[in-house]
Write a protein that binds this ligand. Structure first.
Ligand SMILES: [Zn+2]
Length: 174
């Protein structure tokens, strides 16, 4: 007798027919149903701690966002990923208030929230510039950066005096 396929449904109860999606969902279910080995658990917690410590020391990081990973049932993580306690947005926390991993086998993940205004006002010092230009890879870097600027910010390339990106490049590649 042929093995019966396990049916998978979306949150509205509609069966998922796409074979790739079905397999991915079943694989995810298998992963989250198995407890992680203690050393893996410890490694993940260590990594998380490091991310938070590093974020605390970066002036351009506004905070960290909690993303809900796959869970077998609703738990504290649903709240952590959606509450907005600091006005930074749902699931967003300053680094020094970022919650600890609340339970073993948590598959949630984090991203740093970058303060874009920081870079608007950022200007590398003369020493930093000198160090960058001394690097033997500087010409290679310059070429890569010029290409990038032409592709991503063609308008900044034209006017390097007014735009933030343009001004930055002007200083870096003069
Ligand atoms: Zn979680």
């Amino acid at each position: 007798m042929a093995r019966q396929k396990i049916k998978v449904y979306d949150k509205d109860g509609v069966e998922i027919k796409d074979e790739y999606l079905r397999k991915r969902i079943l694989a995810t279910r298998r992963i989250i149903s198995k407890p992680r080995k203690p050393e893996v658990e410890a490694y993940i917690r260590r990594n998380r701690k490091r991310l938070v410590e590093e974020a605390k020391n970066q002036p351009f990081i506004k905070g960290i966002q909690w993303h809900l990973g796959p869970h077998q049932r609703e738990d504290i993580c649903d709240k952590l990923a959606t509450q907005d306690l600091y006005g930074l947005g749902p699931g967003c926390y300053p680094a020094n208030a970022y919650p600890d991993i609340p339970h073993d086998n948590c598959h949630c993940w984090d991203t740093e929230i970058v303060d874009k205004d920081y870079f608007k006002n950022y200007s590398p010092s003369e020493e930093e510039m000198a160090a960058i230009k001394k690097d033997p890879k500087y010409p290679e870097f310059k070429k890569w950066a010029e290409d990038w600027l032409a592709r991503r910010h063609p308008e900044d390339r034209k006017d390097r005096k007014t735009s933030f990106v343009g001004k930055f490049f002007n200083k870096l590649f003069r």
